[in-house]
Design a protein around this ligand. Structure first.
Ligand code: SAH
Length: 196
């Protein structure tokens, strides 16, 4: 097997593992009624589509067809090893965030019935560890796919979702949890412990 084929398969295995890992949490989270869905709007759906394009569709087209060929460059073994390690770290962090958030998790922005503010586990380190995990995934994609367009599509696509959503998510959480969320914000950063 060529190094390129191995790297593409490693990327695909990472994406499928993430998808399968999420299924039981999705089933459980769906059972919990939504109290406030005002933020689950066309804007949030558009951001989710952009993110899916960058983390899923564009890299899948590249992996299957090699398009856009002009943006490809030679791949090195160290880059592939780093990519596998970063994807493994992303999946581990996804697992932890789902376990900690439990039924309070949702794909779109919403507040559930009896929504609980989670500030323990990985949520004690940063306020948006699931978004940290998505950025790690996007970084792994950039390392595993030696194509400037397909590689960087994840960072751009998820970056757009993150920067256009995180402020609104925090405003929504402040509205729902008041002083409790203010205090949580005062002692934590967004996605990188101690930094940002
Ligand atoms: N931004 C978080 C959660 C992503 S899931 C992260 O990156 O880990 C998005 C949903 O999680 C939002 O609709 C919100 O209702 C919920 N949420 C976000 N932070 C939360 C927290 N600290 N405790 C409980 N629910 C939270």
């Amino acid at each position: 097997m060529s190094l390129l084929l191995f790297a593409k398969i490693a990327w695909a295995v990472g994406v499928v593992t993430w998808f399968v890992m999420r299924l039981p949490f999705q089933r459980k989270a769906r059972r919990k009624a939504v109290a406030d869905a005002r933020h689950r709007n066309a804007r949030d759906m558009t951001l989710l589509s952009i993110s899916t394009l960058g983390l899923g569709i564009i890299p899948a087209i590249y992996a299957l067809t090699g398009w856009p060929a002009g943006a490809s460059y030679p791949l090195g073994a160290l880059q592939v090893i780093a990519g596998v390690a970063v994807f493994a770290a992303a999946l581990w962090l996804f697992w932890r965030t789902h376990r900690d958030l439990g039924q309070n998790w949702s794909v779109t922005l919403e507040i559930k019935d009896a929504h609980k503010l989670i500030t323990n586990g990985v949520y004690a380190r940063v306020r948006h560890p699931m978004y940290s995990a998505f950025f790690l995934w996007a970084l792994a994609q950039a390392l595993l796919l030696p194509n400037v367009v397909a590689g960087l599509a994840g960072l751009v696509g998820f970056g757009i979702l993150f920067f256009f959503r995180v402020g609104r998510e925090e405003a929504m959480m402040r509205e729902a949890f008041g002083a409790e969320y203010d205090a949580y914000m005062a002692r934590t950063k967004r996605i990188i412990p101690g930094l940002y």
